[in-house]
Design a protein around this ligand. Structure first.
Ligand code: PLP
Ligand SMILES: N[C@@H](CCOP(=O)(O)O)C(=O)O
Length: 466
């Protein structure tokens, strides 16, 4: 399998999986996409119904790794990683209301869906870096969950340093402590004065600084890295196949921020899974919903919300969908994305927008509606949802159609957001035993202004110490 950039101007043609795993973002600022989509027949999908999660993940992800990670090695990684999840089914389905299912993706070590991919990425990086005799410096931006998942997956690894930028004061306390209590020597946490979009822009700016990129051996584990998306595809197959696919259509509802998780669902559809609708759920930062309604993607200030992991205006993976909807015309895709960054507005060609609307729905819930949804799902169905999951379920409920299972991504454990859960239900969710002492663990974190030079300096100083 080879890859190409959504902006199409890369000099080195057709990198393979190991190359794009380590580089993360294409040199031209675009995002890597597979050169061709694997296509799966209904017969193959029926065979996949019987596979345990780790083997289904091996089959799916193996389509993207090609020969760069030998199949037995990939299978061993998947079995090791998913064998440690707290639920035997890894990503179980729970019917919350008639025809409305929660696909629980939070049974990994850091209690959010990010573990589903990140645990595997830790193993893949180690494997490829050892094979190549290289080191990498991973830089990630987080609104709370990617950071903790990445630190857990990469802490203590010999050939990797990891630096995570989070927006100061804009994560839940549990999310912050999950990051800042990781004090291994290869880890640096930076609290940035600004919001998540600024953190993500800083990461992209470090990638654009060619000299710095080479100097530190920069890698990314945000969902700008295709490997993250690839490892998030299997659970959509698993859920749909468990509910009658490929002989029955299903729909998915996904609480959405950076657009990575729903892009993974779209990818499963593109590979042959019969999926009827993909429903984007937003909080009051509803840029995607407004776009889907009016073909008008206009940036506004980010408002802090009860679902902080979705407090975002620039959804990086939207570029991948746009690229596909423009029939892979990289020049047009690049021009539209550059215009968006320059003006803060984007309207896509009408046929591309219509093609998105044929599949995608969007709706938004402000904080009051989120709390109401959390209370209703708890009172009526005894389902305790974190604010992000509640938005996913409420989105699913809004677009549910008779006879078609609606599967909502349950993206975080309620204990990650105890304040919102208490406010909505009066309940005090408890952390699982392995995190029971989280509030008494020492924290380590560096504060920096949201300026490229200050962040690059902090990274250099960290590498010098390590
Ligand atoms: C709990 C939770 N839900 C939803 C999202 C949004 O997912 P995505 O960024 O893939 O759209 C995130 C962050 O990514 C998250 O941490
Ligand atoms: N909500 C995310 C933001 C980054 O998302 P990613 O999937 O691109 O890593 C977070 O939890 O940090």
């Amino acid at each position: 399998m080879h890859y190409r950039s959504t902006r199409g101007t890369e000099l080195s043609d057709s990198p393979g999986f190991a190359d794009i795993l380590l580089s993360g973002l294409a040199g031209d600022g675009g995002l890597y996409m597979p050169e061709a989509w694997p296509e799966l027949s209904p017969a193959v999908l029926r065979e996949w119904r019987a596979l345990p999660y780790a083997d289904l993940a091996t089959e799916t992800i193996g389509l993207f790794t090609g020969d760069d990670i030998a199949r037995p090695a990939l299978q061993e990684m998947c079995r090791d990683v998913y064998g440690t999840f707290r639920h035997q089914a890894v990503a179980p389905l729970c019917e919350v209301e008639d025809g409305l299912f929660a696909l629980e993706l939070f049974h990994g070590p850091t209690l959010a869906f990010k573990d589903m991919a990140m645990q595997l990425l830790g193993r893949m990086f180690q494997h490829v870096l050892q094979q190549r005799g290289q080191r990498a410096t991973i830089i990630g931006a987080t609104s709370g969950d990617t950071g903790s998942a990445a630190l857990e997956a990469f802490r203590g690894l010999e050939n990797v340093s990891i630096v995570i930028l989070h927006p100061e004061g804009r994560t839940s306390e549990v999310q912050r402590r999950q990051m800042t209590s990781v004090t291994d020597g290869n880890v640096l946490n930076i609290a940035v004065e600004g919001d998540f979009d600024l953190c993500q822009d800083l990461v992209k700016a470090m990638f654009a600084d060619e000299a710095f990129r080479r100097e530190v051996g920069l890698s990314a584990v945000n969902s700008i890295n295709w490997a993250r998306i690839a490892a998030q595809i299997p659970y959509y197959f698993r859920a749909a196949l468990a509910l009658g696919g490929p002989d029955r259509e299903v729909s998915f509802a996904v609480p959405t921020g950076n657009f990575g998780n729903i892009l993974a669902a779209w990818s499963a559809r593109r590979m042959g899974l019969p999926v009827r609708r993909l429903c984007v759920g937003s909080n009051q930062n509803d840029i995607l919903t407004r776009f889907l309604l009016n073909n008008d993607m206009s940036m506004r200030n980010v408002e802090p919300s009860l679902s902080p992991s979705m407090d975002i205006q620039v959804s990086s993976n939207f570029e991948r969908l746009l690229f596909e909807m423009l029939d892979r015309d990289a020049a047009r895709c690049s021009a539209i994305m550059k215009e968006f960054r320059a003006t803060g507005h984007m309207a896509v060609p009408h046929d591309a927008w219509q093609a998105m609307r044929d599949v995608f729905e969007g709706t938004a819930f402000d904080d009051a509606q989120t709390l109401e949804a959390m209370k209703t799902f708890h009172d009526q169905s005894r389902y305790l949802a974190d604010p992000h999951t509640a938005i996913g379920l409420a989105t699913g409920a809004r677009f549910r159609e008779a006879g078609i299972p609606m599967i909502a991504a349950a993206t975080a454990h309620p204990a990650k957001f105890p304040d919102a859960v208490r406010q909505a239900t009066g309940l005090e969710p408890s952390l699982p035993p392995h995190l029971a002492d989280l509030f008494s663990r020492p924290e380590r974190c560096t504060r920096r202004p949201g300026e490229l030079a200050a962040i690059e300096e902090a990274v250099r100083a960290h590498l010098h110490r390590a």
